[in-house]
Design a protein around this ligand. Sequence first.
Ligand SMILES: C[S@@+](CC[C@H](N)C(=O)[O-])C[C@H]1O[C@@H](n2cnc3c(N)ncnc32)[C@H](O)[C@@H]1O
Length: 289
Amino acid sequence: MSSRRRLVAEAVERLREAGVPSPEHDAAELLAHVLGTTRGRLVLVDDVPAGRREEYAALVARRAAREPLQHLTGTAAFRHVELRVGPGVFVPRPETELLAGWAVERASHLPPPAVVVDLCTGSGAIAKAIADEVPGASVHAVELDERAHAWAVRNLAGTGVDLRQGDFATAFEDLAGTVDVITCNPPYIPLEAWESVAPEARDHDPHLALFSGEDGLDAIRVLARRAARLLRPGGVVGFEHADVQGDSAPAVFTAAGRWTEVRDHPDLAGRPRFTTARLAGPTEAAKAP
Ligand SMILES: C[S@@+](CC[C@H](N)C(=O)[O-])C[C@H]1O[C@@H](n2cnc3c(N)ncnc32)[C@H](O)[C@@H]1O
């Protein structure tokens, strides 16, 4: 057996014992990172140089201690873009690509420049993907946390995105009533669900990125108010929520009485994942319950 195959097999075993959810993928990804290649090209490697084996063993040990894979490689892929990530910023998740895709689709069908705002931008993942896929859009993003904002500065440099630091509850007053599309992946985990959160998130994602009050809906309630202020009549908002909030998250918008077309969307596993809604025009708002 080549040293590469043996090393990966040992790493898979170690990661599996540590409860890492995707041991084969992570063992291969870490070795590819150490060797400066891609997972797909690892088959071309027979022997791993001795100096690299130690480096690999150290990374596997950190992953077994449940450090996020993306903190170890320093990057996270998101749709067609790559983000630099590490301590202090939320690691973008694959399920959020669906929300970004919805916004891309909406913004692409508007006369340029579509005005898009990403609230709670974290690493800047959604904003960067939209700027990448809708080149004519005017994209704005805001993040409260200083460390996360610093990562977004790095990731959004050269993209043309208007990045600001601040609270989304009051951000972008200068755009009030003019925004076409709002995206938001807010903190939404109920405080009581603390123990069920995976160690990678609980111990390494900033808590400001995760938790939002007893029922996890505090930020979504703020979003319903802020989005109504920022959108033009007929503008749309899309936001992610927990899979257990498939009824309660849309209900926040339905209850506000200013929204039409309030719909929930599943992720690829069929779990409720994000809600979209349209700001009613004056006539529709008068009719809404
Ligand atoms: C779940 S993370 C999502 C990050 C990014 N949008 C993504 O999808 O990867 C939520 C983000 O919201 C930020 N945040 C929390 N409260 C905020 C507030 N009041 N104003 C602006 N950003 C806030 C957190 O710091 C965190 O970066």
